[in-house]
Unconditional design. Structure first.
Lengths: 78, 145, 145, 78
């Protein structure tokens, strides 16, 4: 199944892309996906924040086809 | 209720005033608390010359609307305004304004501060500061409580 | 720092803005918290048509200046504005504005609310409300905390 | 010795004067003065606030010649 991924701010720069659509296995969690990303890109990144369909989620959240997942550093607005 | 993301420079007090006048509810509110965040020329010992604010289009609006709606319900506010700047910001420009209108001051003060803390901790904005010695992402916000 | 008692109607946000611009300290402050108290058409089940604000000339100015000065020291504020209306006030008009400018939001929020609570509990002003059924002194302020 | 007295708001209306200068004994406290006022004017008034020379004082504060004393109801500004 397919999900889209977005990266923001310092993580976007580190990864070198802003968004990508990828194929993942059924029952993949947000945590699994993040682990796969840091392994493939060979990066280290602390304190990542995660959203699915623009809502904050726990890392054990299971993904379903069509989900929009985002990873980003701590927010610094305001 | 007005929540808006602004690409262009705005003046916080003119925005509060023009929104307030447009709502035509003079005489209903007795208390308005507001907070304005503006760009300083200095952050954590670095001299800053300008800043770029990135955001997560779509989520930002959705998230700020939820903050405003929940505060309105919790404190039974008469109205709420949240504006946030994105893009390139220069020294002294306003970055954020949060205002809440209520019958009495307790609700106005508490809701304004609470909305601002929520915005700071969870609204998807990121600041990259330009200094005389290069640019750098701001790593975390100053604690507010 | 500006503390002033006003006999004539004023617009709180225009006052904040013009004071801020006159101080020429753009880029120094990152946070401004403000509170505006305005006249409602309703108080404790009574329909109010206008109000007269009496004060203790001399003490009022002295007392508000002390509140502003102590807050500036305690929270190391960059600036403070307090304006308060006296005389006859009509529906929707601004009665009080308290604003504080600081580097970070915690100090701005806390000092603004604290100054407002001190003003409400101890600054020598008294409101007499005119209603459709006669006029009446307001006996006490609504609690703010 | 002489002190001046000011009244405000509902108390001013009740007493029917805004200010007066009177003679008092040495060692008179603000409390003594207030008791004398309510006795002479034959009024009842709860929760009076008291200042001397524009500062809040405790009711046991002793007055000195030239003091400006004020009595008023709870303040209702803001």
């Amino acid at each position: 199944m397919q999900v889209s991924i977005k990266y923001f701010a310092s993580l976007r720069e580190l990864i070198g892309e802003a968004s990508v659509t990828i194929d993942i296995e059924e029952n993949t969690t947000v945590h699994d996906l993040w682990m796969e990303i840091i392994r493939r890109k060979n990066i280290e990144f602390d304190n990542v924040m995660m959203t699915v369909n623009m809502e904050y989620v726990k890392s054990e959240r299971q993904l379903i086809a069509g989900d929009e997942v985002a990873f980003f550093p701590p927010v610094t607005g305001g | 209720m007005l929540v808006d993301i602004r690409k262009e420079s705005f003046n916080a007090y003119r925005e509060i005033l023009s929104y307030q006048e447009s709502q035509n509810f003079s005489g209903e509110y007795g208390a308005t608390a507001s907070f304005v965040g503006s760009m300083r020329d200095f952050n954590e010992d670095r001299k800053v010359t300008s800043m770029t604010l990135e955001h997560y289009p779509g989520m930002t609006e959705k998230h700020l609307n939820a903050i405003a709606r929940e505060a309105t319900e919790k404190w039974r506010l008469l109205d709420v305004l949240i504006l946030h700047r994105i893009g390139k910001v220069t020294i002294g420009e306003d970055i954020v304004v949060v205002a809440s209108w209520s019958a009495h001051r307790k609700e106005a003060f508490e809701s304004c501060r609470s909305m601002m803390e929520q915005l700071k901790s969870s609204a998807p904005f990121w600041k990259k500061e330009s200094t005389t010695s290069g640019s750098k992402w701001v790593e975390k916000n100053t604690p507010g409580i």
